[in-house]
Design a protein around this ligand. Structure first.
Ligand code: DC
Length: 224
């Protein structure tokens, strides 16, 4: 791809491939800010839940109403961004399973993706940022100086996710977590708008057998 490159790193990949953990540490080593864009889709899901929208279909008029008055603010920082909704900091409410499950569904809706595009694009163009998500290298910041597409085998991702949930006091059988991950993969890859795909100029990194430190060093070395 030609054109001006932006001093930024795009990290895309499926659920629990290690994106945010690696993006945060890469940003720390480079002195960049870090933004996990999944938190924006989660904030929209929280806005829907808080508004008590009961029928979650894209065509619902209340969906359009909530999206048109959406007031999401992002304050990026080195260890992650604080996200506020309608002036209230909701960062600590975004990681629940309820919010995650709804975020997975609504992120397939073009209206939702459009509502978040400008915000992400503005933050990306400011540069010196590591952004992780599903479509950063393909749609949000195709000009990123470095693009990484992370993969890891589904069972490894399920084990990581299970450990994560356990640390939040939520213990679930591995098969349940794995089935959920496979379903989210399917939705991310099969949605018609901004599906999860590797950008042609993205480097593939399989984290199945890598430690966090090995993966971070690999990314930072490529950037430098
Ligand atoms: O990475 P995560 O699980 O926090 O993301 C929440 C949901 O948002 C996930 O189901 C996929 C979606 N998402 C997306 O469609 N595009 C992005 N750039 C980031 C997340």
């Amino acid at each position: 791809m030609s054109g001006a490159r932006i001093d930024a790193i795009a990290i895309d990949g499926p659920a629990s491939s290690g994106k945010s953990t690696l993006a945060r540490e890469v940003a720390r080593r480079l002195g960049f800010v870090f933004l996990d864009t999944g938190s924006l889709y989660r904030a929209v899901a929280l806005a829907f839940l808080s508004a008590g929208v009961s029928r979650f279909v894209e065509e619902d008029p209340s969906v359009a109403r909530i999206l048109s008055s959406l007031d999401i603010a992002v304050t990026p920082g080195p260890t992650g961004a604080r996200i506020s909704l309608g002036g209230l900091d909701v960062t600590d409410q975004l990681r629940t399973e309820e919010v995650g499950a709804l975020a997975s569904r609504i992120s397939a809706w073009p209206k939702v993706r459009m509502a978040l595009f400008e915000l992400q694009r503005r933050l990306a163009l400011a540069g010196r940022i590591v952004m992780d998500g599903r479509d950063i290298g393909t749609v949000i910041l195709p000009e990123a100086r470095l693009k990484i597409f992370l993969v890891a085998d589904p069972e490894t991702r399920a084990r990581r996710r299970q450990k994560d949930l356990e640390s939040q006091g939520d213990s679930r059988p591995l098969e349940t977590v794995l089935a959920d991950i496979l379903e989210r993969d399917r939705r991310d890859r099969e949605r018609p708008v901004s599906p999860l795909i590797q950008a042609p100029d993205a480097l593939l990194l399989d984290t199945t057998r890598l430690s966090i430190d090995e993966a971070v060093t690999w990314i930072v070395d490529r950037y430098r």
